[in-house]
Design a protein around this ligand. Structure first.
Ligand code: CA
Length: 229
C-alpha cells in the first residue's frame, strides 16, 4: 500500500486530509511540526509527502528542500497564499506540485493520484532501462556492464565483471574457488583455480578502500569467498 506523510500543524486540516486519502486506499501518517516531520521523513520511506508551509520547528520551504536532497518521492506543498506559490517556484525547492487552501478533498485526492501514476511510470521506465545492483556505494550496471564505486567508474575486464556480478548476485554465500572457476570460466578453458585468486585480488584493488579489511568480498580461510550484503 502506498504511504503518505502529511506535515500539517492544524489538526482539523490534517485529519481531513488523512480521512480522504485513507478512503482512497492510501496509508497516511501525520506529523504536526516541521522538525519532527523531517525526522520522520528521513527515518521511514514514504511514497508521497504533503507539506504545509507555515509550520512550527521548521517551515515548509526548508522541509521540502531537505526532503528533496534525500528522497525522490513526489512532494506536494499546501499553501493559503498566492505569494507562497510564487516563492515555491522561485526557490526551486524540488516540489512537484502545490495545492491552495481551501481545497476540496476530491481535488486533493485527484492531485495525489495523478502524482502516483506519474511517479510509477517514471520508476517503471527506469527499471526497464538498466538492471543495476547497488550495495554501499558499489554500483554494478549489469546491462551496460559498468562498475562504479562511490560514483567513480572503474574499468573491469570481462571475467572480473562476471566474477564480481556473480558474487554480488549471491550475497552472503560462501563459494569455493572451484565453484567460482566452474561458474565463470568455461570448463574447457585453460587455467586453474589460481586464476580465481588473481581475479579476486584485481577486483579488490578496484572496489575496496583498504585491502586488509575488505568490505565487499571476504576471504573465508580454507573455504573460499563471500560477498557481504
Ligand atoms: Ca500551518
Amino acid at each position: 500500500m502506498s504511504k503518505i506523510l502529511i506535515v500539517e500543524d492544524e489538526e482539523s486540516i490534517a485529519e481531513l486530509e488523512k480521512d480522504y486519502l485513507e478512503l482512497s486506499g492510501f496509508e497516511v501518517e501525520i506529523e504536526n511540526r516541521g522538525d519532527t516531520g523531517l525526522e520522520r521523513a528521513m527515518k521511514e520511506d514514504f511514497d508521497l509527502y504533503l507539506l504545509d508551509l507555515m509550520l512550527p520547528g521548521m517551515d515548509g520551504f526548508e522541509l521540502c528542500k531537505k526532503i528533496r536532497q534525500e528522497k525522490n518521492s513526489p512532494i506536494l506543498m499546501v499553501s493559503a497564499k498566492k505569494d507562497d506559490i510564487d516563492k515555491i517556484h522561485g526557490l526551486g525547492l524540488g516540489a512537484d506540485d502545490y495545492i491552495t487552501k481551501p481545497f476540496s478533498p476530491s481535488e486533493l485526492v485527484a492531485r495525489v493520484k495523478a502524482h502516483f501514476s506519474r511517479y510509477e511510470r517514471l520508476i517503471g521506465s527506469n527499471a526497464q532501462q538498466n538492471e543495476v545492483i547497488e550495495i554501499r556505494g558499489l554500483k554494478i550496471d549489469k546491462t551496460a556492464r559498468r562498475v562504479f564505486i562511490h560514483g567513480e567508474e572503474k574499468n573491469f575486464t570481462t571475467k572480473e565483471f562476471d566474477l564480481l556480478t556473480f558474487l554480488a548476485q549471491n550475497p552472503n554465500r560462501v563459494f569455493t574457488k572451484e565453484e567460482l572457476f566452474s561458474n565463470i570460466w568455461d570448463m574447457e578453458s585453460i587455467g586453474d583455480i589460481a586464476t580465481v585468486t588473481v581475479h579476486i585480488k584485481k577486483i579488490r584493488e578496484k572496489i575496496e578502500t583498504g585491502t586488509s579489511k575488505p568490505q565487499y568480498i571476504e576471504t573465508i580461510w580454507g573455504v573460499g569467498y563471500r560477498f557481504k550484503m
